[in-house]
Design a binder for this molecule. Sequence first.
Ligand SMILES: Cc1cc2nc3c(=O)[nH]c(=O)nc-3n(C[C@H](O)[C@H](O)[C@H](O)COP(=O)(O)O)c2cc1C
Length: 357
Amino acid sequence: MLFDPISLRGLTVRNRVWLPPMCQYALDRPDGVPTDWHLVHYGARAAQGFGLMIIEATAVLPEGRITQADLGLWNDQQTAGFEPLVDFSHRQKTAVAVQLAHAGRKGSTWPDRPDAPSGLQSVADGGFTVVGPSAEAFPGLAVPHALTLAEVQQIPLAFAAAAKRADQAKIDVVELHAAHGYLLHQFLSPLSNHRTDAYGGDFAGRSRLLREVVTAVRQVWPEQKPLFVRLSATDWVEGGWTLAQTVELSQGLKELGVDLIDVSTGGNVPASIPVGPGYQVRFAAEVKRQVGLPVSAVGLITDANQAEQILRSGQADVVMIGRAGLRDPGWPEMAAAVLGAPTPLAPAYLRAALPRG
Ligand SMILES: Cc1cc2nc3c(=O)[nH]c(=O)nc-3n(C[C@H](O)[C@H](O)[C@H](O)COP(=O)(O)O)c2cc1C
């Protein structure tokens, strides 16, 4: 099943081995424009058979960046910068998604590099002011400016403008980043949202911003193109966001025109997470079972038979291969050989195909 195509709206993806969004922090200048690193990194994975790649968290506004080495989609130069890698990937028959993101209170950190400082890049050190639902910091990071009602209402417009740019760059899918403790997740979780206006309080209030973002994006994102949402299915902390709320939210998102839920967990508050092979699959399975939307499973899926079993058991519709796909761009060909499927390699690599059965 791993190499069966899947269709969502007007898009048919050639297989179900997908690359999840993974920040590369690979900019030379803080301009948010993809570089030759992005072309080589994503291009290699397209040529070696990933069916769909989700380009890393891409900020919809400058103050929505995690770091100043993040990609952005708020100006024309950035839009044009995506085109070569989208075009190259399409020529390899690989679909391209972009993860549209706003970091909220987790913004203005140093890029994750061994030769650089880590943690908060303060305003004094050239960082920027971060925003959030409430003036409460993520441990170790800056206290955010609590967005005013008028400022919150600008957020859906920023996501919609970035989605329009993604369409101009011929990107096939938009994924909204509502996981891992970034802005949309900060609004969802009672641990980070202490607002008393229409965007806080009960479940309806805390989920209002994400629902408005989805509505605004769906209005400008072409009808035939799929829209995904990445959610953290649990905060892994008592009193936090839960699987039951994830299911209820996903039901609402389905009605608003979301086509797939990309099910991850955690990231909003420090927590002890029982990490192990396929540790998040059961959350994806539960969303799929209760909501009836296609789901992707991610998190320590590293083995071809494990991935195939996740699909065969009906727990997910696609699998995402993250760190294993960073280590080994040839993961799809390895898996296809193990499972006896035709090679997904580009023509130039056919003589390198592994023996079958
Ligand atoms: C280097 C790196 C960067 C990441 N950046 C993002 C990101 O931009 N957006 C996101 O939603 N998740 C991000 N993640 C999480 C991955 O998408 C994935 O969910 C996680 O690595 C678990 O999958 P794996 O065990 O297959 O690596 C990142 C992970 C890594 C290792």
